[in-house]
Design a protein around this ligand. Structure first.
Ligand SMILES: [Cu+2]
Length: 149
């Protein structure tokens, strides 16, 4: 093989690689598999799910909610709270594993609270109304916290 042929084959190979890369990155499914941002989009576009009755318990003035992981997000996916009413979120460590144990609720002052065996309850009183996002340290698992007046 002489240099001319080597250059020709290299050029053809480069064109094919670029074409395949271009086609793959234009495909939304493949795009979502290879880019981190799109993975987040896929997970959050699953839609909001209202909590099942048995995940919530009201004991005197304290609301207790069991939180687990379902379809890579926190479950219940929507948690409704009342301003000024304390809540205890009990994390089920059977499904809340890995970095899902590192809990953040932006806007409510909860930053990287790590749930461990025997220390898996997050108790706080929301003092602000609005819609907040609870998510793990990496921003993978999510839930929407709605605080009403
Ligand atoms: Cu995570």
């Amino acid at each position: 093989m002489n240099w001319n042929n080597i250059i020709k084959y290299s050029a053809v190979t480069i064109v094919i690689v670029l074409a395949v890369t271009f086609i793959l990155t234009q495909n939304p499914t493949i795009k979502s598999l290879i880019t981190w941002n799109s993975i987040k989009e896929v997970q959050t576009s699953k839609g909001l799910e209202l909590p099942e009755k048995e995940t919530e318990k009201q004991i005197d003035n304290l609301k207790q909610i069991s939180v687990s992981i379902k379809d890579y997000n926190y479950y219940p996916n929507v948690i409704k709270l009342k301003k000024g009413v304390p809540v205890s979120m009990i994390f089920d460590l059977k499904t809340v594993t890995g970095c899902y144990k590192s809990v953040n609720i932006y806007g409510l002052g909860i930053a990287n609270k790590v749930m461990t065996q025997g220390n898996n309850v997050l108790t706080f009183t929301p003092e602000k109304t609005g819609k907040f996002t609870m998510q793990c340290a990496m921003g993978m698992g999510k839930a929407t916290i709605i605080v009403e007046a």
